[in-house]
Ligand binder design. Structure first.
Ligand SMILES: Cc1cc2nc3c(=O)[nH]c(=O)nc-3n(C[C@H](O)[C@H](O)[C@H](O)COP(=O)(O)OP(=O)(O)OC[C@H]3O[C@@H](n4cnc5c(N)ncnc54)[C@H](O)[C@@H]3O)c2cc1C
Length: 384
């Protein structure tokens, strides 16, 4: 069978799924993408890129367009309960080599991959049965189709993972932080900067690119064994509001904005730890298989590089899917292991109370060395 006749289903039109659709189409595959949301999601936070991910963007011909959207963050202010600045956080600590709003990234990736695949929005897989020659997939809409390969790029709470590998609890390791994120009017007039506030077991921040645009806020809580309903956003808002009640800085204003925010997002920070990312004709990509947690600042880079490597290995003329999945995993494992270690370290120092300038400078001094890993070398599947 030539790659042109190979049918691949990607679950999830996020960073990983969209990048993979682009590369698989270029490799001659017949691609379908199913996305639970009614359209490509527009997350409210900014993501940064590190190291080899910039090479992948370059090879996708997107680097210049992404650079044009750089939030161009400068240093941010650490502030106390009265809003007085006591230290400065260098941008290297939180904005990577390049930082863009995730909404802009997915919009650009979708524009690049729009003609590369058939898109099924507002649907999700509900059943998977594979045999030696293919995978039968049932959809919530009632549709049922057969594919040669199924790729789970459906994020931290991957449906492909739970249907193929087992329940989420076996693989998802919470890091003791839950986070709420939303956008709000930029009442502080922030311009390519932010303010950060920390108190025991709590951290909050507000950032903005251009002062003319909206700002984004994040409220983080230290939690142990938090059980919550992922669909009950009212309960999530209540949890955050109760725990932040009485805090200083801009917290009262942030809580008011949070209650009304239409783009409110909430989740625990967690990693996905798996011995293997593939089972027969099913393979996981990005957060679904190896989430490093937001505290790593590496998730987007991993998703982009993983998509490039997976598609490159699948498109090798002398390769079958088993060989390709093994090569993908061999190339990506050291990289993922390193990023997950960074994610765990980040979580450990997340609620450091009132960090001194010395500590913040030390973090910044380490940042450049963290931005470029020696562990992965991008194979040359596609010309730059
Ligand atoms: C608060 C926060 C801040 C972050 N900051 C950074 C940062 O600074 N730098 C960085 O590199 N990374 C950051 N990340 C991580 C980054 O966003 C992810 O690692 C990256 O987006 C992973 O891409 P993905 O495609 O694997 O998953 P996602 O982007 O989560 O995409 C998964 C997609 O699958 C869809 N989906 C889910 N379930 C189903 C289903 N059942 N059926 C169909 N579709 C489904 C979702 O709707 C979504 O579109 C941050 C993450 C968070 C939460």
């Amino acid at each position: 069978m030539t790659t042109k006749s190979k049918k691949v289903l990607i679950s999830g039109a996020g960073v990983a799924g969209l990048a993979l659709a682009h590369w698989l189409d270029r490799g001659g595959f017949n691609v379908t993408v199913v996305e639970r949301a009614p359209a490509v999601r527009h997350g409210g936070y900014a993501v940064d890129f590190r190291g080899e991910a910039l090479d992948v963007l370059d090879r996708m011909d997107l680097l210049e367009r992404i650079r044009a959207l750089d939030t161009e963050m400068g240093e941010a202010a650490m502030v106390d309960a009265e809003g007085r600045q006591y230290a400065t956080l260098p941008a290297a600590v939180f904005a990577g080599d390049l930082e863009v709003p995730k909404a802009d990234l997915t919009r650009l990736l979708h524009a690049a991959a729009r003609d590369s695949a058939e898109y099924l929005f507002g649907d999700s897989i509900s059943g998977v049965e594979q045999d030696a020659d293919g995978v039968n997939v049932a959809f919530e809409s009632g549709l049922s189709r057969r594919f040669d390969l199924l790729i789970g790029a459906d994020g931290l709470h991957s449906r492909v993972r739970s249907l193929t590998f087992g329940p989420e609890e076996r693989f998802v390791r919470p890091l003791g932080i839950c986070t709420a994120i939303f956008s709000l009017p930029n009442h502080l007039g922030l311009h390519h900067t932010g303010q950060l506030y920390v108190s025991p077991g709590k951290a909050a921040n507000m950032f903005a690119g251009d002062s003319a645009g909206r700002a984004r806020a994040a409220l983080h809580l230290a939690v142990e064994d938090l059980e919550y309903d992922r669909d009950d956003t009212d309960a999530q808002r209540r949890l955050i509001a109760e725990r932040f009640d009485g805090e200083g800085w801009e917290i009262p204003r942030l809580l008011t904005e949070m209650r009304a925010a239409e783009d409110f997002w909430f989740d625990t920070n967690a990693q996905v730890i798996m011995d293997t990312w593939s089972d027969g004709r099913v393979v996981l990509l990005g957060d679904a298989g190896y989430c490093a947690a937001p505290t790593s600042g590496r998730g987007t880079s991993q998703a982009l590089i993983g998509a490039y490597v997976l598609a490159g290995e699948l498109a090798r003329p002398d390769s079958d899917h088993t060989t390709a999945f093994t090569a993908y995993e061999t190339t990506m494992r050291p990289f993922v292991t390193e990023h997950q270690a960074v994610g765990r370290e980040g979580a450990e120092r997340f609620f450091l109370p009132a960090p001194s300038q010395e500590v913040l400078d030390m973090l910044a001094a380490n940042a450049p060395e963290n931005t470029r890993t020696e562990a992965v070398r991008l194979p040359d599947y596609a010309p730059r």
